[in-house]
Design a protein around this ligand. Structure first.
Ligand code: EPZ
Length: 429
């Protein structure tokens, strides 16, 4: 078993470059199925979810060739539908996009039930509502989502009951080859939805309104391959911003889009961080005492839920009492018990956590219960006094490219280690 081991108490200094965005890369990789051509995707993060998405395509008959660490050529000319291995598909939420891609390309889809972080119930009723609006019949059979459109899909309007990133992405993917006009109302507005629309338009789709609450799609006959560069990962950038807010120091974060980080920057400044913004770079430092703050997560441009655990870790040592309300997920607080082991004083009532700032946290053996919870453990450990051992680091590696190496280069005392057969911890590098 591998662990991340951190000696806390060292401020961060230096420069870190942000990778491509996980939650943009996954839909773009799977949407390449629609082209039946060669696509070159650049600026991919080297993370296990991307490796998994490429493995799924390969298993369906796509040609997948890594040109370098962050660039892949995908050829979906000969891909078949309905055959993605259940054990691969069930490992991540992003697999849901296979349904829209297979429906859009083949008029039929058969995809195993998707996995992903456990936040309680993660329904797909809005995805199904969208596919049915386009003329598909959708059934759940033996753990598979089976969709068929015998007469082919046709453009239509769909009004989502709630703002959902996944369903907005899935219906956009399904609709680009559907004859006629599709209007997605109450659409999610995240930057990765705009990135997907830009990728699809580069392949010949006709999508307008991405990034607003109303997305319009005019169906086209076919798409062609393209070369496309993924946008920087705003959550990865926000995670390093939270890390320096917790540990102290001053770092330069390059390859970011400051506009995507506005609400994160504003909240961290409220908490006492000093931030300078440039075209594609942010410099963030924290020298003064951390101040309390309240956070409520909402769909973009609201405060991103995927930054919630990381910010809670920072607030553990802020002066005063903070309130963190989770507006998106039923239960995203499984990380709280792990922070309790480090001396955090947090109470949770439903979707609201009350964080009573403490003088300091102390290192402890903790678990990464999911992707962003794992990032929160790292952030808390960087600020804590003493040694923290984090297990379950596979969750972290799903979404963070070389987080240990990047933090080492910023001066953190962090290592990846593995347990030998004699149960001793050895350096993994
Ligand atoms: C995406 O999940 C992200 N995952 C999540 O990031 C992120 O937390 C979430 O969007 C919100 O921004 C990927 O992009 C792979 P949703 P998704 O559909 O698409 C309800 C990370 O850390 N809902 O926007 O599953 C749902 O229950 C991960 O990178 C329905 O009710 O999220 C939730 O309350 C974790 N019916 C809300 O909408 C549906 O059919 C938002 O879900 C779909 C969703």
């Amino acid at each position: 078993m591998e662990k991340i081991v951190i000696e806390g108490g060292y401020p961060l200094f230096g420069e870190v470059e942000i990778n491509g965005m996980k939650n943009a890369a996954l839909p773009i990789i799977l949407a390449s199925i629609l082209t039946g051509d060669k696509c070159v995707i650049e600026h991919l993060p080297a993370i296990s979810d991307v490796t998994l998405a490429l493995e799924i395509l390969r298993s369906m008959g796509a040609g997948v060739r890594m040109i370098n660490r962050t660039t892949v050529e995908i050829d979906t000319s000969y891909i078949k539908g309905g055959n993605a291995p259940y054990d691969l598909v069930s490992k991540m939420r992003g697999s849901t996009y296979l349904i829209g891609a297979e429906l859009g390309r083949f008029g039929a889809a058969r995809v195993g039930w998707p996995g992903g972080c456990d936040f309680g119930v993660r329904p797909i009723d809005q995805h199904i509502k969208g596919f049915e609006a386009l003329g598909a019949k959708v059934d759940i059979e033996n753990g598979y989502i089976v969709a068929n459109a015998p007469e082919g899909l046709r453009g239509n309007s769909v009004y989502f009951d709630c703002v959902t990133v996944g369903a907005t992405i899935n219906v956009m993917i399904a609709a680009v080859l559907a004859p006629g006009q599709t209007v997605i109302d109450n659409a999610a507005r995240e930057p990765h939805i705009v990135d997907l629309a830009n990728f699809l338009n580069t392949c010949g789709a006709k999508i307008t309104g991405a990034g607003t609450g109303v997305i319009r799609i005019t169906g086209v006959e076919r798409l062609h391959g393209c070369t496309y560069t993924i946008i920087p990962d705003m959550i990865e950038a926000g995670t390093y911003m939270a890390a320096v807010a917790a540990a102290g120091g001053r770092i330069r974060i390059t390859n970011v889009i400051p506009k995507h980080l506005e609400i994160i920057s504003a909240k961290l400044e409220e908490m006492g961080a000093e931030i300078e913004e440039y075209d594609d770079t942010i410099i963030i430092g924290r020298t003064q005492e951390l101040r309390r703050a309240n956070i409520k997560t909402l769909p973009y441009p609201g405060f991103p839920t995927d930054m919630h655990p990381q910010m809670s870790a920072v607030l553990c040592c802020a002066q005063g009492t903070s309130i963190v309300s989770e507006g998106i997920w039923e239960n995203r607080f499984r990380y709280v018990d792990e922070l309790h082991k480090m001396g955090a004083e947090i109470t949770v009532d439903g979707r609201t956590a009350t964080i009573f700032g403490v003088e300091r946290l102390t290192g402890a053996p903790v678990r990464a219960v999911d992707l962003r919870a794992g990032a929160a453990m790292i952030i808390a450990a960087l600020a804590a006094e003493g040694r923290t051992e984090i297990s379950g680091i596979g969750s972290i590696e799903r979404g963070y490219d070389d987080i240990v190496g990047k933090l080492q280069r910023l001066g953190a005392h962090i290592k990846k280690m593995y347990c030998s057969d004699e149960n001793e911890l050895l350096d993994a590098n």
